[in-house]
Design a protein. Structure first.
Length: 188
């Protein structure tokens, strides 16, 4: 993911689980395919999910550089696995502290929290109130959910994002596949 630091509660945990799997794999002395084959079905699915999660890059450096292909992948994956970020994370004080009081009050409205003192609280107190309400309801902002999200197709004259160019390169026809009659040599 380039220079993007890991988010401890999300990326950091995934990286930790993958590191533990790497240690187990090395200790097994098996080749990769044999090691994966020996995993229980649930462990195979978890490994696949972790590898997918760690390779999905949704970073957008600027709001003028929307990566439609990355967003489409995220939407598809979220639909396939019924993803719900609130099952794993709710807004914490670090996340909420960068929001204005007005934005924090909107978040309370989205959670349907009707607390008359909210408008009178200092920002730090309001941050704590919003974080507590989100945790109590196991709630995350809609903007962090891919549910019902769509990706707009840009007009043909707009430039493709880097992800679209890489995908186009991947889909460019290469040399023809070898004939089935050609013997395949395996390395020992």
């Amino acid at each position: 993911r380039g220079q993007t630091p890991a988010i401890g509660a999300l990326d950091g945990d995934v990286r930790g689980r993958l590191e533990a799997r790497r240690v187990d794999y090395k200790a097994s002395g098996l080749r990769p395919i044999a090691w994966v084959d020996g995993l229980a079905h649930g462990d195979k699915m978890a490994l696949l999910a972790e590898l997918t999660a760690i390779t999905l890059n949704l970073r957008e450096a600027r709001t003028s550089n929307i990566r439609n292909s990355a967003r489409a992948e995220a939407i598809e994956l979220a639909e396939l696995c019924a993803a719900d970020i609130s099952a794993h994370w709710t807004p914490d004080p670090d996340y909420l502290a960068v929001h204005s009081k007005k934005q924090l009050l909107v978040l309370l409205d989205e959670m349907q929290v009707d607390d008359p003192r909210a408008k009178t609280l200092k920002k730090d107190e309001l941050v704590v109130l919003v974080a507590d309400a989100a945790a109590e309801r196991q709630w995350a902002p809609r903007v962090l959910s891919w549910e019902g999200a769509t990706v707009e197709t840009p007009p043909a004259d707009e430039e493709q994002d880097d992800g679209d160019e890489a995908l186009a390169d991947d889909l460019t026809p290469g040399p023809a596949a070898p004939s089935p009659e050609v013997a395949v040599q395996h390395a020992a």
